[in-house]
Design a binder for this molecule. Structure first.
Ligand SMILES: [Zn+2]
Length: 240
């Protein structure tokens, strides 16, 4: 993780002043990372400033586009009444439930009416609702693919991990991140199939990918799509 103690550098890029943190370490290539904290450039110990800036200029359009994307998704903008949020790949408009007896998902209308009790906020109510739905969906898909793999449905643990969609441990327990509920159902299936395949192969060897392919033939496209969509998901404050 970049810390604020790393020096902040500036570079003029197409009329915009790009600020970035520079991290030197024993690595061979230059890597650029853009996220909510800004731009971080990881470089080999001896990289020259001129070379670093040349690469940044070369990547200039991409860098500025990514930074703009991040600015447009502040938590407040992403999750509020009247805003939409991706739900199984479709946008859902968030509304406060009027009669407030319970939350209602109106898929055909593309609306999620959330019950927000006194003292609660929309984000925490959304997360609770999403987790309930995620658990039910994951259990159903796990049962489906476990049957195809010829294994018993493994225990499910719902996670909030931001960097990991799923994992499988040596006890055969599968963890899936509730945030998968943002993705189209086919991508949820890919993550489910991937983690189940680990029950057969606890590694990412060719044998493992053969297991995945038997369960989910289009895994390459799904994996790439998840990487792409992951960059576009809303940040939800206090969602752990
Ligand atoms: Zn894996």
């Amino acid at each position: 993780m970049a810390s604020s103690s790393e020096p902040l550098h500036r570079l003029e890029l197409g009329g915009v002043c790009l600020e970035y943190r520079l991290v030197r370490s024993a690595r061979r290539t230059l890597g650029i990372r853009v996220d909510g904290k800004g731009v971080r450039v990881n470089v080999p110990l001896r990289a020259r400033q001129g070379e670093i800036e040349a690469v940044l200029r070369q990547q200039g359009d991409w860098l500025l586009a990514r930074l703009a994307e991040w600015k447009n998704r502040s938590p407040a903008a992403a999750l509020a009444e009247g805003k939409s949020i991706p739900w199984l790949g479709q946008p859902l408009l968030l509304r406060r439930a009027e009669d407030s007896t319970r939350s209602r998902l109106k898929r055909e209308e593309g609306v999620l009416e959330l019950r927000i009790p006194e003292g609660h906020d929309l984000a925490s109510c959304f997360v609770r609702f999403a987790k309930t739905h995620a658990r039910a969906l994951f259990l159903e898909r796990l049962a489906h693919y476990a049957a195809r793999l010829g294994v018993a449905t493994p225990p499910l643990v719902l996670s909030s991990a931001k960097s990991r969609w799923g994992s499988c441990n040596s006890r055969g327990e599968i963890r899936l991140c509730w945030r998968l509920i943002h993705f189209p159902p086919g991508l949820v299936d890919y993550v489910v199939a991937h983690e189940l395949a680990h029950l057969r192969e606890m590694n990412h060897s060719p044998r493992f990918w053969a297991e995945v392919e038997a369960l989910y033939p289009d895994w390459r496209r799904a994996r790439a799509e998840i990487r792409r969509l992951a960059q576009t998901l809303p940040e939800i404050a206090g969602s752990n």
